[in-house]
Write a protein that binds this ligand. Structure first.
Ligand code: ADP
Ligand code: ADP
Length: 225
């Protein structure tokens, strides 16, 4: 069963007197262990789709299902919990806190969790992305690629079902981007997480399991690779 599913999703924004239809009946799904990449021109609805999948926005029409359950049936508390632990985020510009070490940055999203293995899991994740010798470094002591690997480790600390990646290679050179994509490919299987990304980086399409092309709020094509 798909971990996240959009069915016939319409999203309209009121912009002054004008109504903008950002999504015009979108169907989408992603499974655990799968990487799905959304591509399309600027203004085509990619961010709107990602916001819907991240439970940050709700559709005007249509259904969003998480693990088969309609999101409209979730209580506010359940939604908050899902956003906090069910979904991990990776951004183009890393979003690390400059005064914290790599390990502390990775631990941060799980600070509310009193279970004892938080530190161990952070260290384990950092070792698995090849940063075992950079645990106590702050972001300014790390390269761009290393910072993004810290961000990837951080996104997985709460064992999410879905990892949302907005241009994860956007600020990296081609070789560094490739190492990040290799990390993501390995981790999606080891962690059994669905990765949904938005990108302009063609290199990414070599690593993805499925490419969704959206133009003007309409899915034009889904390519399995
Ligand atoms: P993309 O991520 O592909 O660039 P977006 O999802 O950001 O596209 O935007 C899709 C369309 O919806 C665009 O026309 C954009 O201007 C419009 N849009 C997005 N968010 C809003 C908003 N909060 N209010 C009004 N219009 C919006
Ligand atoms: P991206 O480059 O990731 O597509 P955008 O610059 O299009 O991002 O949008 C940044 C934020 O502004 C998004 O949260 C989007 O929903 C919102 N936004 C985009 N277009 C509009 C708009 N026309 N009016 C209001 N908000 C918008």
């Amino acid at each position: 069963m798909s971990v996240i599913e959009l069915e016939d999703v319409v999203k309209r924004y009121q912009s002054g007197m004008e109504v903008i239809e950002a999504l015009e009946g979108v169907d989408f799904s992603a499974d655990r262990g799968e990487m799905v990449t959304v591509i399309g021109p600027s203004g085509s609805g990619k961010s709107t789709m990602l916001n819907m999948i991240g439970l940050l926005d709700t559709p005007t029409e249509g259904r969003v299902r998480l693990d088969g359950r309609e999101v409209t049936e979730f209580t506010e508390d359940e939604l908050t919990e899902e956003r906090r632990t069910g979904i991990g985020f990776v951004f183009q510009d890393f979003h690390l806190l400059p005064m914290l070490t790599a390990t502390e940055n990775v631990e941060l999203p799980s600070m509310w969790d009193t279970s004892v293995d938080r530190h161990d899991r952070a260290v384990d994740l950092l070792e698995r992305v090849g940063l075992g010798d950079r645990l106590d470094h702050t972001p300014d002591q790390l390269s761009g690629g290393q910072q993004q690997r810290v961000a990837v480790a951080r996104s997985l600390i709460n064992k999410p079902d879905i990892l949302l990646a907005d241009e994860p290679t956007g600020n990296l050179d081609q070789d560094t981007g490739q190492t990040i994509l290799e990390e993501l490919t390995r981790l999606k299987e080891d962690e059994d997480v669905a990765i949904v990304s938005v990108t302009h980086d063609d290199q990414m399409l070599e690593y993805t399991d499925s490419t969704v092309r959206i133009v003007d709020g309409v899915i034009q094509e889904v390519t399995r690779t």
